[in-house]
Design a protein around this ligand. Structure first.
Ligand SMILES: Nc1ncnc2c1ncn2[C@@H]1O[C@H](COP(=O)(O)OP(=O)(O)OP(=O)(O)O)[C@@H](O)[C@H]1O
Length: 367
């Protein structure tokens, strides 16, 4: 069985620091993330100088965690403390050595007063989920395509820092261009203008970003990308209630959020946390969507409810929120996502389900 975060911490307490003690007790282990045998964390040093001395510790941490039964992938990155980096940046700026505007993603954010409108974009809808893997990116992608098929001018921003899957689902790869060195030209696919953190950084780079860098990256993807004129920008958020969600809701004028969940109790529990977060942030929750609602066996045609059924509708009623529909669990949806042609771009019952979802949002004036 794969170990949990607590077990990983215990093992890391056996790793020795050069001047004695261990990285956990010394408070160096940050952003520990464990899922299905994959372990990622940051060793955060006080300064760039001490970060350089931590390489042997990093290697030892990787070795120790990798030796644990059930672990099959370990990634550990050493960073210097965010405050140390920003203090250095500030002092450079004071000395007249401030950085030129750059397209490098992951810089610290600039100051702004309250939530901002994104130039040329009429509405921004965040697609959120409490739990990972419930199909949030699938819904965001297909909804964007379905809206575009109904004649809306649609953008899709993949802000899922920890698992950007929109490029694959939309069939996109390669770094986007910049004509003037200041603005990023986003690619287009299936009638949708798309930008993803996954198109801008190496696979494992953004995973180690902390709050300010995430905020900076979000600000750049909204403000430095040439979105053109859009009726609606769909933002695929990371799962949960972290820095990206907070930063987006506080810094950008959102029309609202759609919350995707499977009908399972564990997913619903997390979805309620996401709903609560949006309510506290003053972001309207536009409605709840039940994904993987029913499964139709391709062999016998029988219907089964693998993750239960109706739980999201019941929650929507209880929380007095709109229930926007049920989307089936089908092999074709998964295959379509894997080959980069979203199911909503074709014909059939799944595409019709997305078309209904899209027309409901258009009719309601939110998309
Ligand atoms: N209705 C569905 N039917 C079949 N497969 C689905 C369905 N919805 C999602 N999937 C598949 O489930 C997997 C996870 O979906 P997806 O990446 O959209 O989830 P997510 O909630 O965005 O995950 P995370 O945010 O944790 O990366 C993908 O392989 C996707 O193709």
């Amino acid at each position: 069985m794969a170990p949990n975060a607590e077990k990983i911490r215990q093992v890391l307490m056996g790793v020795e620091l050069p001047d004695g003690g261990d990285p956990v007790t010394a408070g160096l282990v940050k952003a520990l993330w464990v899922e299905a045998g994959i372990v990622r964390f940051v060793l955060e040093a006080d300064s760039p100088e001490s970060a350089r001395t931590l390489e042997p510790v990093r290697a030892e941490c990787v070795r120790a965690v990798r030796a644990m039964p059930g672990v099959h992938d370990v990634s550990v990155v050493v960073t210097a403390h965010a405050n140390a980096a920003s203090q250095q940046g500030a002092s450079r700026a004071q000395q007249g050595g401030g950085e030129a505007p750059s397209l490098k993603i992951g810089r610290h954010p600039t100051q702004q007063d309250g939530p901002q409108q994104v130039s040329g974009v009429d509405r921004i809808i965040a697609v959120a989920s409490g739990k990972g893997g419930v199909g949030k990116s699938t819904v965001a992608t297909n909804l964007a395509v379905a809206l575009a098929r109904q004649g809306r001018r649609v953008g899709l921003l993949d802000a899922d820092i920890y698992g950007p899957s929109v490029p694959r689902m939309m069939g996109l790869s390669g770094k986007p261009d910049s004509k003037d060195g200041k603005t990023i030209e986003p690619p287009h696919a299936h009638g949708v203008t798309v930008m993803s953190i996954g198109l801008l950084v190496e696979d494992d780079q953004a995973v180690v970003w902390r709050g300010p860098m995430l905020m900076g990256a979000m600000q750049q993807m909204l403000g430095q990308v040439n979105w053109g004129q859009l009726d609606v920008l769909i933002v695929d958020l990371p799962p949960g209630t972290g820095d990206v969600q907070l930063s987006l809701a506080q810094r950008t004028r959102l029309s609202g959020a759609l919350v995707v969940s499977t009908p399972q109790d564990v997913a619903l529990l997390d979805a309620r946390k996401a709903i609560d977060m949006f309510r506290r942030l003053g972001t309207p929750v536009l409605g709840l969507i039940e994904n993987m609602s029913s499964f139709f066996c391709p062999h016998c045609g029988g219907e089964s409810h693998i993750f239960g059924h109706g739980g999201v509708r019941a929650d929507a009623e209880r929380l007095d929120l709109p229930f926007l529909g049920e989307l089936p669990l089908t092999l074709d949806v998964r295959l379509a996502g894997d080959v980069g042609v979203p199911i909503a771009a074709g014909e059939g019952p799944e595409a019709e389900a997305y078309a209904r979802l899209a027309s409901g949002l258009v009719a309601g004036g939110v998309a």
